[in-house]
Ligand binder design. Sequence first.
Ligand SMILES: Cc1cc2nc3c(=O)[nH]c(=O)nc-3n(C[C@H](O)[C@H](O)[C@H](O)COP(=O)(O)O)c2cc1C
Length: 214
Amino acid sequence: MQPIADIRKEYKQETLNEKDIQPNAYAQFEKWWDEALKSGLDEVNAMTLATVNEDGTPAARIVLLKGYSPNGFVFYTNYNSNKAKHIDNSGKVALLFFWAPLERQIRITGSVSKVSEEESDTYFNSRPAGSKIGAWASPQSLPIFNREVIEENEKKYTEKFSDTAIIPRPPHWGGYIVKPTQIEFWQGRPSRLHDRILYSLQTDKSWKIERLAP
Ligand SMILES: Cc1cc2nc3c(=O)[nH]c(=O)nc-3n(C[C@H](O)[C@H](O)[C@H](O)COP(=O)(O)O)c2cc1C
């Protein structure tokens, strides 16, 4: 069996040069996002969401990006979950995309707030019925005695909404929007001498652009 320490890959596909990048961090994200989509990457919108709890302990998990614009990056979750408690407490998060086939990483840090009720309703209404019931059935992040607990919940809410034309959005479920203060684009390069370009939001809303050592 191959020793873990021997697993390594040389990155050599692309470069990230100051002359080729966009002056606006969102425009640069859009460029890489379009390229990631075109490359047919599996779960391209899966991103790591990092939060910190009240005593400063970090936690990370995957969530799905459901939209982005110059206003920020949107994901959906349970407002009673652990991540939601961390968000309520700190108001700050980090997001991370790693697109291995493209040898690219994007790191985002910023402030986070709930999207409007209307925006959450619109997205919730676009979900398959099973996912809507799932949002009602799962007390996300809480310990449950066994799997039957959520299967029973699923049955209960399926029956409850069986003759309802529209399954309503649970009040404890909705979106968050992350407004970045920094976005870093990382392109793998040979010999671990990668390209890193950091965009930092300035008070006049322009982006300061710096190259970071790999
Ligand atoms: C590929 C993938 C996509 C996921 N997407 C979401 C999501 O969009 N929203 C969500 O709340 N949890 C999502 N999860 C589950 C989370 O990783 C996590 O288990 C859950 O949100 C509970 O996290 P918490 O207890 O830290 O709040 C996803 C997990 C995976 C592996």
